[in-house]
Design a protein around this ligand. Structure first.
Ligand code: AMP
Ligand code: MG
Length: 412
C-alpha cells in the first residue's frame, strides 16, 4: 500500500500490532505499566460505619431543637472500638476514622459544639441521620472488581492496589525496541566534529521518545548508505519486538532501507503517508518484529513517532488510551497551510481566561529541530484546510505529560 491517509495508516498499524505477553511485577515497581488481570477487593472498606470528622457521635432526634446539651459518655479514637451504646440524651467524642457507636446515627463536628463541663457538651446544629458518617463498604465491597485489566498504573491506581494488598500481579510485557540511524553524512555523538557532517540527532530524540513511554531502547548506531552494511544492521534490529530506522526511506538514489528490508524478508505493509511533515514513512513486519522506517529529517522523524509509533507501542503494552491528549485552542495569528495532507504544526500554548491560545514555534522547516524542542503541542490541521485565520479554533495534541486519550483527532 502506498500513500495512505493518516487515519488509514494508523488503522493499518493498530490492526497489525498485538499486545505482547504478560509478566509478573511487584506493586512498588509497577508505575506506568498496564494491568493484565482484574484486581478484586479482599475486604469491605470501611469495615464499619466510621466518622468522617473529629466531633461527637449523637442521636439526631436528640438535637432536633438546638442548642441541645448532651451527656458525654466516652471517647473513641481511630483504631479503637466503642464500648458504650449512645442512649437518649447522650453522645460520645469521636475521631475521624473511628467506628460510630451503637445508638448514634450522626456525627457533629467539633466546630459546631461547645464543651460545657467534662461530661456535658452543647450542640449548636440540628442534622439529618447519616451526617458526617462514611457508611461501611463506601469505598469497596469484598469481591468487587476495583481495577480492570487494561488499566494503566498511575499513582492513584498504586494507592488502590496497596488498599487491596495486591503485592504482585500480572502486567503486559514492554516491547524491546531497537533504534538505528542511517546516512553517510551522519556523525556519531562520540566522533570529533567534522565540518562536512551532520550530527546524528535522530538516535537520541527517538530514544527519548521511547524512554518517555517507560521503555529503555537499544541504540544500534549509524549504518552507512551501503546495502551490505545496512543489511547487517537491519538484521540485528530484527531480534527486537520493534525496530525504528530513520533516514533512507525516501526516493533518493541511496535510500536503501526499503529494498534491504525486503531482502531480509520483512513484509512491507505501506510506504508513504499523507502527512506533513512525515511523508516518507514506511511500515513493515516480520513474524517477530514491527518495523518503522522513519523519515530522516529530525522533525519529521519525531512527528512520525508521535503519530504512528507511539500509538503502536501503547497498543503493544496493553494501553486502552493510545493517542496524545488533545485540547482546543484559538490561533494567535494566521497560519498558511497546504491542502492535501494532514499537517502537524508545532505550537506554543498559553492559557488565558478565554482558554488556550496557540502560537506557532516559528519556522516549520523539517530540519529545524528547535521547533520541536520549544513546542508544547502539535496543531493538527485537517487535509482539506485551505488556511487558518487569527482566532480560529484549532485542535492541539499535547506533547508532554502522561495524559492520553482513546480517540484520534484527524479529520480527513
Ligand atoms: P534521508 O531521509 O536519509 O534522505 O534524510 C533526510 C534529511 O534528514 C537529510 O538532510 C539528512 O541529513 C537528515 N538526517 C537523516 N538522518 C538523520 C539523523 N539521524 N540525525 C539528523 N539528521 C538526519
Ligand atoms: Mg539518508
Amino acid at each position: 500500500m502506498e500513500n495512505l491517509k493518516a487515519s488509514e495508516a494508523q488503522r493499518v498499524i493498530l490492526g497489525a500490532v498485538a499486545t505482547l505477553g504478560v509478566e509478573s511485577v511487584k506493586m512498588e515497581r509497577s508505575l506506568g505499566r498496564v494491568l493484565a488481570e482484574d484486581i478484586k477487593a479482599n475486604r469491605n472498606l470501611p469495615p464499619y460505619d466510621v466518622s468522617a470528622m473529629d466531633g461527637f457521635a449523637v442521636r439526631s432526634v436528640d438535637i432536633a431543637n438546638t442548642p441541645a446539651t448532651l451527656e458525654l459518655i466516652e471517647e473513641i479514637q481511630a483504631g479503637s472500638l466503642p464500648t458504650k451504646t449512645v442512649q437518649a440524651g447522650q453522645c460520645s467524642r469521636i475521631m475521624t476514622g473511628a467506628p460510630v457507636p451503637q445508638g448514634a446515627d450522626a456525627v457533629i463536628r467539633v466546630e459546631d459544639s461547645k464543651v460545657i463541663s467534662t461530661n456535658s457538651i452543647q450542640i449548636a446544629v440540628a442534622v439529618k441521620p447519616g451526617n458526617f458518617i462514611r457508611p461501611h463498604g463506601e469505598h469497596m465491597h469484598t469481591g468487587d472488581v476495583v481495577l480492570k485489566a487494561g488499566t494503566e498504573i498511575t499513582p492513584g491506581v498504586i494507592g488502590v492496589l496497596a488498599t487491596v494488598k495486591a503485592a504482585q500481579f500480572s502486567v503486559y510485557r514492554r516491547p524491546c525496541v531497537a533504534i538505528l540511524s542511517t546516512g553517510n553524512e551522519l556523525e556519531g555523538m562520540d566522533e570529533p566534529i567534522d565540518p562536512n557532517k551532520i550530527p546524528d540527532s535522530n538516535t537520541y530524540a527517538v530514544m527519548a521518545q521511547v524512554q518517555a513511554l517507560g521503555i529503555e531502547p537499544v541504540l544500534l548506531g549509524i549504518a552507512r548508505d551501503d546495502p551490505a552494511e545496512l543489511e547487517e544492521y537491519l538484521q540485528r534490529g530484527l531480534d527486537y519486538d520493534m525496530l525504528l530506522v530513520s533516514g533512507g526511506t525516501s526516493m533518493g538514489e541511496y535510500d536503501y532501507v526499503r529494498p534491504c528490508m525486503e531482502k531480509l524478508g520483512v513484509k512491507m505493509i505501506f510506504w508513504r503517508v499523507q502527512t506533513r511533515p512525515g511523508h516518507p514513512l514506511t511500515f513493515g513486519m516480520t513474524d517477530k518484529t514491527v518495523i518503522f522506517g522513519l523519515p530522516g529529517y529530525p522533525v519529521s522523524s519525531m512527528v512520525s513517532f508521535e503519530e504512528f509509533v507511539l500509538p503502536a507501542l501503547r497498543h503493544m503494552t496493553g494501553n486502552q488510551r493510545l493517542h496524545r491528549r488533545t485540547i482546543t485552542a484559538r490561533l494567535a495569528h494566521p497560519v498558511k497551510t497546504q491542502p492535501g495532507r494532514t499537517e502537524f504544526i508545532r505550537v506554543l500554548l498559553t492559557h488565558t481566561d478565554a482558554g488556550y491560545v496557540a502560537n506557532t514555534t516559528g519556522t516549520q522547516s523539517s530540519g529545524v529541530l528547535l521547533s520541536m524542542a520549544r513546542a508544547d503541542g502539535l496543531m493538527v490541521v485537517p487535509a482539506d484546510c485551505k488556511g487558518l485565520a487569527e482566532g480560529d479554533q484549532v485542535t492541539v495534541q499535547l506533547l508532554d505529560g502522561s495524559a492520553f486519550q482513546e480517540n484520534v483527532c484527524y479529520r480527513e
